[in-house]
Ligand binder design. Structure first.
Ligand code: ADP
Length: 162
């Protein structure tokens, strides 16, 4: 069984994430979508909400599991889950510069490999942060997120003063 982990904060999950997860699922027998929590970060959505949004979109697909990762080491989490690879989407050279040292360190720590997949051109500019900003300012992000995420964004958008 070849198992991979797709880690992220998914605050919220968007179509760029989903596309990379789907491609990972084509390459591995099982993909664990590991929803991380970093207590130094401020999230729009709670860990339970972030997991629920990911499960609503991915939960019914066989071979894909969504679960909390906790805040420990990713390499250790992969070892415990029996995953041989971490799959990451790459949007830009700055993503690569950020990811490469972590990929090397993770391999040195437990032997886990990191597989980079180039982002799909249509979603290469997407980040959860940009989607929240555009949505909060009244922009239409329906092309970039699943319908259930759009509904959650609508329900949590801070009120703008008139
Ligand atoms: P964010 O979306 O804010 O960058 P996440 O931590 O939720 O942050 O992203 C998790 C992982 O998903 C990233 O490390 C990256 O590998 C991948 N990813 C994020 N956005 C995209 C995108 N638009 N296309 C492809 N992969 C992406």
């Amino acid at each position: 069984m070849r198992r991979a982990v797709c880690p992220g904060s998914f605050d919220p999950i968007h179509n760029g994430h989903l596309e990379v997860i789907a491609r990972a699922a084509n390459q591995f027998d099982e993909v664990v979508v590991a929803v991380s929590t970093n207590y130094a970060k401020r999230y729009r959505f709670s860990i339970d909400e972030r997991i629920e949004m990911a499960r609503r979109t991915l939960g019914a697909i066989s071979g894909i599991i969504v679960e909390p990762m906790g805040e420990g080491l990713l390499a250790e989490y992969c070892r415990q889950r029996g995953a041989s690879a971490i799959v990451k989407g790459l949007r830009s050279s700055s993503d690569f510069d950020y990811e490469l040292p972590m990929a090397i360190m993770n391999r040195q720590l437990t032997g886990v490999e990191t597989v980079f997949l180039p982002a799909e051109a249509h979603y290469v500019h997407l980040s959860s942060t940009l989607i929240k900003e555009v949505h909060d300012l009244g922009g239409d992000v329906s092309e970039f997120v699943p319908r259930s995420v759009l509904a959650r964004l609508d329900a949590t958008t801070p009120r703008r003063s008139p």
